[in-house]
Design a protein around this ligand. Structure first.
Ligand code: CA
Length: 370
């Protein structure tokens, strides 16, 4: 090898490094943030999104921008993450915006509302459908810069100790359920309760509640709901594609160097895609294990779905009539949803229908041969 050309190349490399290094050192301040997650560490999929963001941001800034992640309850209770970021108790937080419907039902549109968007449609609405602009304007009043950071995909409808066959069976049912679904189900006589993840199992075991929804097979299996309730209903019509969000205190965001802002934003988008992919890989084997252990799968009947759909639409009309912020986002959101459903019903819908029917037929085929 031509030693001379090797040296020449090496020296060019060294020189470039020598020039670049001090420039980075001058413009890259050390930034240390604390991130409050609403979720327990045991939820490796949802909690894990914040850890992925932290890892990526550190790697991309040579360790200069450090985000330390705390689980729900460690420094901030899970349901108080929004206030903690708003008030600057922490610089950044990771949560599900529908936890804050008590402040304003408008928050739920950032995450999921009953009979809303699926995961892909939610991302489309946020990225290119005008959703992010509308939600950022809303969050700015809470001194928060919000970014999508994860989606679970359509969730399961939850665990029921008894079968729910008719709309009348919902009357008087005590159910753990999050977000606006509680308001909708209340119209049909359900007594909705907000219970943190860790407290659901004992409540269901003792019979303090009759039913509970959490996420889907992978997460539900870990909490052991299958041991205290036999019937596993689907789908969670209230969570067709719930989005998790990263909240940054607006003052902290504004004071961040532009390159750190870009790195943080890119890391949140990566975590956003990563979470959905993780769920789509982990849910199928978990569901198989649950069914193998005796869990009985049940779809909600069309009559139940239709009654809930009607109740949801009534609730939206009532809310839009008295809440201008909700109306401002809900109306263009609804137009977007209806157009997406029309489009998805054509190519995606037909493709999914055919593939699912073919898979079911293939499953039945070996039995036929016997
Ligand atoms: Ca849920």
């Amino acid at each position: 090898m031509e030693r001379r050309s090797f040296l020449k190349k090496a020296s060019v490399g060294l020189a470039a490094g020598a020039i670049a290094a001090p420039a980075i050192a001058q413009t890259a301040p050390t930034v240390k943030w604390r991130l409050a997650s609403s979720f327990p560490k045991s939820l490796d999929t949802i909690y894990g999104a914040a850890e992925l963001v932290s890892k990526r941001v550190a790697a991309a800034t040579n360790g200069k921008f450090q985000i330390q992640v705390f689980a729900g309850g460690e420094i901030v209770p899970g349901f108080q993450v929004l206030d903690a970021v708003k008030d600057g108790t922490v610089e950044i937080g990771h949560s599900a915006s529908y936890y804050f419907v008590g402040k304003d039902p408008t928050f739920a549109i950032d995450c999921a509302i009953p009979f809303g968007l699926n995961s892909r449609q939610q991302t489309a609405w946020m990225m290119h459908g005008g959703g992010l602009e509308l939600m950022r304007e809303f969050f700015k009043e809470y001194n928060i810069y919000n970014m999508p950071c994860g989606n679970t995909g359509a969730q399961m409808g939850g665990w029921f100790r008894k079968e729910i066959n008719t709309v009348a069976d919902l009357k008087g049912l005590k159910m753990r359920i999050a977000g606006l679904a509680g308001n909708v189900l209340a119209k049909l006589g359900v007594i909705a309760q907000q219970i943190p993840g860790g407290d659901i199992y004992p409540a269901l075991e003792k019979g303090t509640i009759d039913a509970a929804e959490w996420v889907g097979p992978y997460d539900d299996e870990k909490l052991g709901f299958n041991k205290v309730a036999k019937y596993y209903y689907y789908p969670a019509w209230w969570e067709g594609g719930p989005q998790l969000s990263m909240y940054v205190n607006h003052k902290q965001w504004d004071s961040l160097p532009k390159d750190y802002q870009a790195i943080l934003e890119a890391a949140c988008w990566e975590a956003h895609v990563d979470m959905q992919a993780k769920y789509d890989v982990k849910n199928p084997p978990a569901l198989k294990r649950l069914i193998g252990g005796g869990t009985q799968l049940r779809p909600f009947s069309n009559a139940i779905m239709a009654a809930c759909y009607k109740a949801a639409n009534e609730f939206y009309e009532e809310t839009a009539a008295k809440n201008a912020k909700f109306k401002k986002i809900y109306e263009p959101w609804k137009k977007f949803r209806d157009e997406e459903i029309q489009w998805f019903s054509i190519a995606e819908g037909r493709f999914d229908d055919f593939m699912q029917a073919a898979a079911r037929a293939a499953q039945r085929a070996p039995a036929k041969k016997k």
